[in-house]
Design a binder for this molecule. Structure first.
Ligand code: AQP
Length: 322
């Protein structure tokens, strides 16, 4: 059976980028083969920069509830910290990775500052590799920003297998055909991210329709207003981004000749995409006991699946009895 693995970090409120780049492809895989899908809330990854414990707990619950609302409820959904094998395997992979490759990770280069930078910001890619390799997945559906992490994971799996024995499956990165890298509406040079303090150009999954409308209406487009102005091109990043979002939400650019018409089409497509998800979210959020029991069952299944893989990795590295 095909195995699929993906995690989301509760470092902010989930965005349209998270939905189109990750949640939708994850839901498609879960519909095709639910028993093979493992989807987690990566709460340990939300602690690599200073964090507020209460906010982390609330965002973990919100993220898990949104994942279920997005149609992942047939898959195994869990919270990473409830499966200790993740942190345990991460240490073994820190002993496999080099400081050179960890130092080249884009997130570290972007976020590392002075000596007060948390050590975990340097080592977290080994935890991310552990998150993946523990489940021996064939596929990892993620947005394009995760390419470097999955490549490192593949490198570590190959190196570990060569040095110690064939423990890990080497997974494939799977990107969606549209929505792989949704950009900010107000600044299409920057990725739409959930930990940005300024939410003006970021569509949140729980934004009501009028907020979506306002954010899309203010999206950056282009000064060119000719008859073929509405087209994707490298020198039209804002328009290209809106067309990508439209395509990912199942809309068509057919007959759209003005930026105003494009924005209305994008708004309608995004609102239609979010409406059922928000309705389901409201139902689930009203029943936190149900969500907690789904997560508990998910973590129990993960402990069963991941435990033997961790034990094998420990054994071939020389830990424990022979
Ligand atoms: N803009 C995006 N377009 C397409 N896919 C995206 N993803 C994230 N942003 C976009 C995909 O969503 C999944 C979970 O992402 P994440 O939790 O690892 O981190 P993030 O949403 O990328 O978070 P931030 O806020 O931008 O950065 P952090 O939280 O690290 O400070 C992944 O599959 C990701 O590709």
């Amino acid at each position: 059976m095909q195995r699929t693995l993906s995690l989301l970090t509760p470092s902010g409120h989930l965005t349209l980028g998270n939905l189109l780049g990750a949640l939708r492809p994850m839901a498609a895989a879960a519909t095709a083969a639910p028993a093979g899908c493992f989807y987690g809330v990566a709460d340990l990854h939300a602690m690599t920069t200073p964090h507020d414990p209460g906010r982390l707990r609330a965002l973990t619950a919100e993220t898990a509830t949104l994942m279920l609302a997005a149609g992942l409820d047939d898959a195994t959904v869990f919270v990473q910290s409830r499966v200790p094998a993740h942190a345990q395997l991460a240490y073994l992979l820190e002993c496999t990775a080099t400081t050179g490759e960890l130092g080249r990770m884009i997130q570290f280069k972007q976020k590392a500052g002075d000596e007060s930078t948390r050590a975990a910001l340097f080592t977290y890619p080994a935890l991310m590799a552990a998150d993946i390799l523990l489940y021996r997945p064939d596929q990892v559906p993620v947005g394009a920003d995760q390419r470097q992490h999955v490549e490192l994971t593949r490198d570590l799996a190959l190196r570990f297998n060569r040095l110690y024995g064939p423990v890990f499956t080497v997974p494939e990165l799977v990107l969606p055909t549209a929505g792989a890298r949704v950009m900010r509406l107000d600044d299409p040079a920057r990725k739409m991210g959930k930990s940005d303090a300024d939410e003006a150009g970021v569509v949140l999954l729980l934004d009501p329709p009028d907020v979506v409308r306002r954010k899309v209406a203010r999206a950056v487009t282009d000064s060119d207003t000719g008859p073929d102005a509405v087209r994707a091109a490298p020198d039209k990043p804002g328009v290209s981004n809106l067309l990508d979002v439209l395509a990912a939400c199942g809309g068509s650019p057919e007959g759209l000749t003005t930026y105003g018409a494009l924005k209305r089409a994008v708004t309608d497509a995004v609102v239609a995409e979010l409406e059922p998800l928000q309705k389901r979210y409201a139902e689930l959020a009203a029943d936190p006991g149900h969500v907690a029991s789904v997560l508990e069952a998910g973590a129990a299944r993960c402990r069963e699946v991941a435990g033997p893989v961790l034990a094998e990795a420990q054994s071939v590295m020389g830990l424990g009895p022979s």
